[in-house]
Structures are given as C-alpha cells and as structure tokens.
Design a protein around this ligand. Sequence first.
Ligand code: F6P
Length: 477
Amino acid sequence: MVPMDDAERVPAEQRSDLPDDLIIVSHRGPVSLARDERGDLVTGKAPGGLAPSLLRAITGTGATWIACASGALERELAADEAVSTLVKGVELRFLVMDEECVRDAYETIASSTLWFFHHSMTDIATVDFDERWRRAFAHFRQYNAAFAAEIVRLARPGATVMVNDYHLPLVAKVLRAERPDLRTLHFTHTPFATPADLELLSRDVVDELLEGMAAYGACGFHTDRWAASFKESLDHFGVSAPEIFTCPLGIDVAQLRLEDATPGVELREQQLKRRFSGRRIVLRSDRLEPTKNILRGFEAYAELLERRLEYRTEVVFYARAYASRTELAQYRDYRAAIERLVGKINGRYGTEGHQPIVFEVDQDYETSLAAYRLYDVLLVNPLLDGMNLVAKEAPVLNTRDGAVILSTGAGAYAQLHDAVIGIDPFNVDMTADALEEALTLPSEWRVPRARALKARAGEFAPSEWLARCVSYARTAV
Ligand code: F6P
C-alpha cells in the first residue's frame, strides 16, 4: 500500500498549536480511495470541503482520524494494518460496521433527514417517521455508539477529540459516561435546524439529538447565524447549552496555488479558452446537491437571456458539478431535473454552434481550477450552506477580476458581503438582475472587490482554524 505523497504539500504553520493526542472523527475519511488499472491503490481528494480542509490541517501531526468504512474498498482495507499509514503523519482508522446499519445511519437519517432539517428544506408533505424510519434511527444510535467505542479504545488519557457534523451527534454522551477524562468538541459544517424545523420531528428524537450535542464540551459553527439557531433550538426545547463558538473556516491559499500551478491546469485553461472562444463566462461549481439551488440559477439565467438577446452568443454559463449521494433517489431525480431544464433552455436560446449553458458533471479538479481562473461572473446561490468554500477558493485563482454573486444563505456571506453582490437565493428575478448587473460592472467596482476576496479567503486557514477550534475543547462536566 503506497502512502499518500505529501511531498508537495505546503507545511502548515500552526501545527505546533495542536495537541499531539488529537483524534478527528467524521463519517468520511480524509481521502478518496480507488484501485488503478493495475490494481494498485490510489488516493485522491475526498468529496466536499470538510475532509480536504481537515486533512491539510493535520497532515504530519500524528493525529488519529477515525472514519466509517463506507465502500467495498474501504471495508476491505480496514482490516489491513497498513491503512493506518496511508496518509503520512496521520493515523487512519476505518470502522467496519454492519452494512445495513451504515446505510440506515448515513442514507436514511443523516443524508435524507438531518441534512434537510439543518437546511430548513424538510418537505412536510413527504416526511414520514414511520416504523421503518424508527428502525433506521436505532441504527443511527448504533453507528454513533460504534464511533464512541473506537474513541474509548484509542484515546490516550486526557486526549482531545474533535467530532464532525450531523452524522455524529450522539457520540459524546457515551464518552462522558465511559471516558470523562477526554476533552471533546463537535463542529457542525452545515447550518443548524431552527426550532420551527425541529418541531416537525418527534419530540423524543429531538430531545435525544439536542441532549447528545449538549454533552460535548463545546459545539462550533462556521457563522453566528448557525450558532444562534443551535442556541435557540436548545432553549426552545429546554436543553442546557454547552459552550458554543463560531469559527469560520478559510482556505489554505498557498496549497491552492500549488495545486493550481501545474501543467495540467494550464492545459485545461487553454482548452477552455479555445472552447468558449471569446465569450464571457458565468461560472458555477458545486456538489450536485438540492441545497445548492442549481435549478433557480438556470431559471435566472434563462430570464437574463430573455432580456439580453446578445448574451445568447456573447456569454456562456459554464456549470460544473460533481455527482453526490447518488445512492439516494432524491439526488438522482435532482440531476435529471437539472438536465431537463438545461436541455429546455439550450433548445430555446441556443444558436448554431452556441449552447448558452454548458453543464458538466465530472470529478476533474484541474478543469475546475482552470475555470476558476477564467470566470467573469461566479454564481454561488445555495439556499443555505454551512460555509461554501467555492466562494473563497475561486476568487483566489481568478485572473479577470470577476464579480461574485453570493447567496445571503451561505455562511461565507457573513465574511464576504461587502465584496460580493448579495442575493436572496429563492428570488429568481433578483438573481437575474444580479447576473445582468455583474456582467456590466466597470473595473472600478470589480478590481477592489476581487482584491478583497483574495485577501479574505485565507483568514482562518485550515491549520489556524483547527487550532482555534481545538482550543475550545472541554471536558464536559
Ligand atoms: O458540508 C457537509 C458535508 O456533509 C461534509 O461533511 C461533506 O464533505 C459534504 O457535505 C459531502 O457530503 P457527503 O460526505 O455526504 O458526500
């Protein structure tokens, strides 16, 4: 098994601030794993923002990372001792659990229920907390308990444990009972459900989730808004609050520049320039995910094409996405709905040789970086989003002083609001107005804001962010 090569990683400056007995816990592991044609194991970037950011912060620190073995390959590798050294300087542990237990915990409870509650997107017409759901919730408990048992087994006395996301709200209760010496911390990378959202869930389940969170020494969020929702929900349901803190994750600018400065990205930039030959570029880049509000973005673009006929050939909307949670019908249906809408808009407004929208679903990170360099307008319009790192990464690499349209529902909006065009993500007309405005802004508007975005992206870079989060870890009493 070949360890992931970290030779090209920029050293994190803040590593010394991390305790040497740190345990990171999350559903996903720090890297994606696959076998190449020869059967050799290859590591790649994990999906989403959480795992790659945490990985940057802890590479080389000797921290332990406990994740769930979720595919066949991870399950196979979990038993191999060599997996623990797969990522240099990180002790990696994959937990193998009963497959049905993982499916219920991850798909039914975390991804299909809690995810939408935390994004205030629960569809009251279709939720059904029936017997089947209750059984899945029992598996969710079991899944959380399995993580807790592994922490109990591996943690050194007084160790610091950082647990990530809505998959694992129930771990700390077990730790408090069995390892009261541990300093614990939970960080939520999504928004947090409001009391009105949680009112839709059964009361016993809400109590269990909130009391589970309150058992951590401290709970962290990317913005004050999500921290406030959490506190309001605790107050509303009468659960006493643990220490709550806000720490907005930034990006590792030096690392991103290093990933960008490669012949592969250069080549793809040239290819994109040829392909879009002189047209201005409206870009979006997302995980293929209903909360990202991709459909309304295209509807707004169609409205813009109605208003400005010349944009049919002068501008291209380049929408990049990577597939996500494809095991869930809701995600597959969402992709199908997007493809139908793109087909309709292109059918209506396309001309010979010009498709107004180019929608691409792939995993080609180098093309995403090349597209970041080239956009004139970046559209980031999630309904709600814990942070949204695309809004921070893309401006760092952009070479055109491109304007950024950012949803007020993205966590990043709190930090970037005065350097972007803010939009209400539900409002299609407003999004069309913002697109129109962004495509006509003079450089006096764009240049200082592009500069501000570049400067702010690196605030609370992963290593600094993690050191700060960890400083809040407490032994819950
Ligand atoms: O941002 C929340 C999050 O759950 C992250 O933990 C993860 O990186 C991302 O969404 C993708 O989700 P999943 O791990 O379910 O593919």
